[in-house]
Design a protein around this ligand. Sequence first.
Ligand SMILES: NC(=O)c1ccc[n+]([C@@H]2O[C@H](COP(=O)([O-])OP(=O)(O)OC[C@H]3O[C@@H](n4cnc5c(N)ncnc54)[C@H](O)[C@@H]3O)[C@@H](O)[C@H]2O)c1
Length: 241
Amino acid sequence: MRQPVRKSAVGKLKDKVAIVTGAGGDIGRAISLQFAAEGAAVVCADVDLNTARQTTEQIEKQGGKAAHVECDVTDSNAAKESVSEALRRFGALHILVNNAAHFLRDATLPELDEAEFNRAFAVNVTGAFLMSRWAIPHMVRAGGGSIIHIASQMAHVAREKQATYCATKGAVLLLAKGMALDHAADGIRVNSLSPGGNATQGMAKPVGGTWKQAETGVGAAKATPLVVSAELRKMPMQQCS
Ligand SMILES: NC(=O)c1ccc[n+]([C@@H]2O[C@H](COP(=O)([O-])OP(=O)(O)OC[C@H]3O[C@@H](n4cnc5c(N)ncnc54)[C@H](O)[C@@H]3O)[C@@H](O)[C@H]2O)c1
């Protein structure tokens, strides 16, 4: 996925500190780069430290401020440590983007084993809970903040053989609504975003390869651009963004 960074003269996020989970992935990187372009210092958190580091390096190359941290969002200590890293490096925490996600192969429920089901809920739902749990007290102390959960169109409309992924994203949607009610008085805005289909690494995984491999034609015969675009057409509302 190409990641154009729109230049901003506005600096909407000047002096803000953000954590983006899954920042080594395609959408997470695009969010991180754009936040940094708007003036935020970004803690790039990902279970894959290398890709998180690459995002940090890209931000620094553009003159922005960033740090990277290895964080499996299903691990409460790691989630807490990511929040601590934001405070240590940049002195505050104003924004949390719960973007990390676990994608699933196409499967009906009987075809899916419990470990796959549980992992999807652990990353997509428990991960958002743990990160928020550790972030909120600091935002309350700072007088407010913003939490953005990345949901999906599949939180609104089901896709065949993706019931579990849809259920995790549906849970994220209501988690956001409930949290918004609970923390409005603390000055914390909580929102969810529901992107349409994007040709990302995560998107290509269920079809057997990586999007970059598909783009360059290296290996991953199953994940050709044609197959990936056929996958995108299966998206609810058939919307690509
Ligand atoms: N690509 C799409 O079509 C699409 C559509 C709707 C919503 N989304 C959502 O957008 C978000 C980003 O997806 P993407 O397409 O960029 O995927 P991606 O696979 O490119 O990125 C996901 C990132 O999450 C990280 N991650 C996975 N498990 C983790 C864990 N336990 N702890 C920390 N990090 C972990 C991965 O290492 C990866 O860097 C996800 O929440 C996804 O559900 C994507």
